[in-house]
Design a protein around this ligand. Structure first.
Ligand code: SF4
Ligand code: SF4
Length: 511
């Protein structure tokens, strides 16, 4: 493990003392020419530097966004500096850097907005905290708008509902469009457009992986559970994060989805062209890319002739799907209108549990005591199910239906007050490891405390980014990477399929 200063975890949260500029050095790699070009963004003559005319372009882009998105204009004008959001961001709590206070993060753009778009800022800039747009200001934006995971926690506490995530998205898009895109996201999105998923996993590799998975499951439980790809005429298209195809604990979740579909007797398929639920268009604040990525799902659904679309465990993918799939890629009039469009895998599993379609042995999870990490994109930016707050109840009800031992973390770190894992919003890259470790502090603190108080051994999540982030940061906080599990991994452990174990019983009898 790399040598970073790890924030302490305490019995009660303590607001850190401010350390000016503590994270001023933190920034992700800037996208080079090949990645900017692939995205259709302008290329800087030198990576990380600004081309001639950048200032006019920046202000034109900001003007365009203020006209298009009324929310951004309202957010720029409304803040009264009440301070309610200042200590709510996990990146401020973990780093102490004042510029990681949400209001300060917004102000990086607001100060420029005031200078060029308000009469007071034009004539009396100092009086209203307006600043000139300079190269230093842009570089500071690049750094601190990549220290926000667009998690919306600050918006829950703001009396005006100012959403820093939207400000971050606007700023990142402007930066990319003046030649300062982020390498990590700009490298990944073209792979989705060209190959179908973030990993660049081509169809033959996907076929191999799924065949291998079928063999593994059959060997394990003695039942042939199918993990089909590109099967025309299947009822359900499952769109799931590509991490589900290979990484632990994600793949255990995929095994679980397959078992649930098997037990409920429905036909389903994955698609090789839409083999990715993630939509990094959200992270870079670019609706065109978000739309293009979403349209793959529409094309795949039509091509395969499915009737329903279900999303696997991925937080931001569900945020895009729940909020935008209809407007970005609809109408979905060719799907069965009797089901939610789209539907979350947890809604499907919960319904199957409620209708007693799943044979469950909870004791299969007795070696664990669970808690649940509400993923910010599901908790604060979407919903699962029809009722207000059902994004909080459904995952917990499913976990409790398949596990005997469960305890929640403290209330000010769960439900709509949940903390981001520290790696969301396009920050899950090794070049931001220090930020990711420090940003995970509030969640690690709550997990440590529930472990001490209630013997919790494992934390379940329904987001691919949360799972990857926790696998990486748990060891820095004295825990082990396998303490993070998929919710459908728990379902998979507990579900008993028809014919399961019969082979073993036969062998025992023969012996
Ligand atoms: S959206 Fe989340 S990461 Fe961004 S400033 Fe607000 S609390 Fe921090
Ligand atoms: S809580 Fe809202 S109004 Fe108050 S300082 Fe933060 S962003 Fe501004």
């Amino acid at each position: 493990m790399a040598d970073y200063e790890i924030p302490e975890t305490r019995e009660f949260p303590i607001i850190p003392s401010v350390v000016e500029g503590a994270m001023a050095h933190s920034k992700p790699f800037v996208a080079g020419a090949e990645f900017q070009t692939d995205m259709g963004f302008p290329v800087a003559e030198e990576v990380g530097e600004l081309n001639e005319g950048w200032k006019e372009n920046f202000l034109d882009l900001l003007k365009d966004k203020l006209g298009k998105y009324r929310s951004l204009q309202v957010f720029m004008d409304t803040c009264v500096k009440c301070g309610a959001c200042t200590d709510k961001c996990h990146y401020f709590i973990g780093t102490g850097d004042a510029k990681n206070m949400p209001v300060a993060r917004q102000d990086l753009l607001r100060k420029v907005y005031r200078r060029y778009f308000t009469p007071a800022g034009k004539f009396f800039p100092k009086l209203v905290g307006a600043v000139d747009l300079t190269e230093d200001v842009v570089k500071e934006m690049y750094s601190y708008y990549h220290q926000c995971s667009e998690c919306r926690r600050c918006a829950v506490f703001c009396p005006f509902g100012i959403d820093t995530a939207e400000v971050t998205m606007a700023a990142r898009d402007i930066l990319a469009q003046i030649g300062m895109g982020q390498k990590y996201s700009n490298q990944i999105i073209p792979k989705v457009h060209k190959i179908g998923n973030n990993l660049g996993l081509p169809e033959p590799a996907l076929v191999d992986t799924l065949e291998g998975l079928e063999e593994e499951v059959e060997e394990d439980i003695g039942v042939k559970v199918r993990y089909p790809l590109d099967e025309k005429g299947a009822e359900i298209l499952l769109v799931t994060p590509s991490a589900d195809f290979f990484a632990e604990p994600h793949i255990d979740g995929l095994i679980g989805y397959g078992k649930v579909f098997h037990a409920t007797g429905v036909t389903w398929t994955l698609s090789s062209t839409a083999s990715e639920a993630a939509n990094f268009g959200l992270f870079i604040g670019n609706y065109e890319h978000m739309r293009k990525i979403s349209l793959r799902i529409r094309d795949a659904a039509k091509e395969l002739g499915v009737k329903r679309i279900i999303f696997g465990e991925c937080g931001h993918a569900w945020r895009v799907a729940y909020n935008h799939l209809n407007t970005l890629a609809g109408p979905w009039d060719f799907l069965d209108q009797n089901y939610p469009i789209p539907q979350h895998i947890l809604e499907y599993t919960k319904d199957a549990l409620d209708r007693n379609l799943l044979n469950i042995d909870k004791s299969e999870n007795d070696h664990m005591t669970l808690t649940f990490h509400d993923s910010c994109n599901v908790a604060r930016a979407s919903r699962i199910g029809e009722d207000v707050g059902s994004q909080f109840t459904i995952p917990r009800e499913v976990i409790k239906a398949v596990c005997n031992n469960y305890h929640d973390m403290s209330a000010d770190t769960t439900h709509d007050q949940t903390f981001c894992c520290g790696g969301g919003g396009g920050l899950l890259t090794d070049d931001l490891m220090e930020l990711r470790i420090k940003g995970a502090q509030p969640r690690m603190e709550a997990l440590t405390n529930v472990s001490k108080d209630h013997g919790v051994t494992h934390m379940a999540a329904i987001c691919a980014i949360c799972k990857s982030q926790f696998s990486k940061v748990l060891p820095y906080y004295g825990m082990t990477m396998d303490q993070i599990v998929s919710v459908h991994q728990l379902v998979s452990n507990a579900i008993i399929l028809e014919g399961q174990g019969e082979e073993n019983e036969d062998e025992d009898e023969a012996a």
